[in-house]
Design a protein around this ligand. Structure first.
Ligand SMILES: [Zn+2]
Length: 126
């Protein structure tokens, strides 16, 4: 029963909807939404509203905790690699289907399917 997650929205329980009204007859309360999955905020929020409520309450503290950007970042040859995919026809195991492309130099480098799907695999300097 409890593989269900709770929406992390700080005001979720204050929005009146039928599906939030839970409990036995005469004892019903409006409750935070609980579901197996959510579509917003990496599956933490039931709605954009709830995501925004959370950010309004905690966003500044979260940014300060993880490091507020104090200088603009620059896109350079060293960090301009993005993964791309050739959508034209052919077989999925074609060797040149997945590749890195450098958005500054336009250089291409081939990728294996595993590298393409590995979100930690990058050519970018961090
Ligand atoms: Zn919610």
């Amino acid at each position: 029963m409890s593989n269900l997650k709770l929406c992390q929205g700080t005001k979720c329980h204050t929005y009146y909807t039928k599906d939030r009204l839970k409990g036995t007859k005469g004892n019903k309360t409006n409750q935070t939404r609980r579901r197996s999955d959510f579509y917003y905020g990496k599956s933490n929020f039931c709605s954009m509203n709830c995501q925004t409520d959370w950010f309004n309450d905690f966003g500044d503290r979260a940014i300060n905790h993880f490091g507020r950007l104090e200088q603009p970042k620059h896109l350079t040859e060293q960090n301009a690699w993005v993964k791309d995919y050739d959508w034209s026809g052919g077989y999925d195991n074609r060797e040149d289907r997945y590749f890195f492309v450098n958005k500054i130099t336009e250089e291409r480098r081939p990728l294996t399917f595993e590298q393409y799907n590995d979100s930690n695999y990058t050519l970018n300097e961090r």
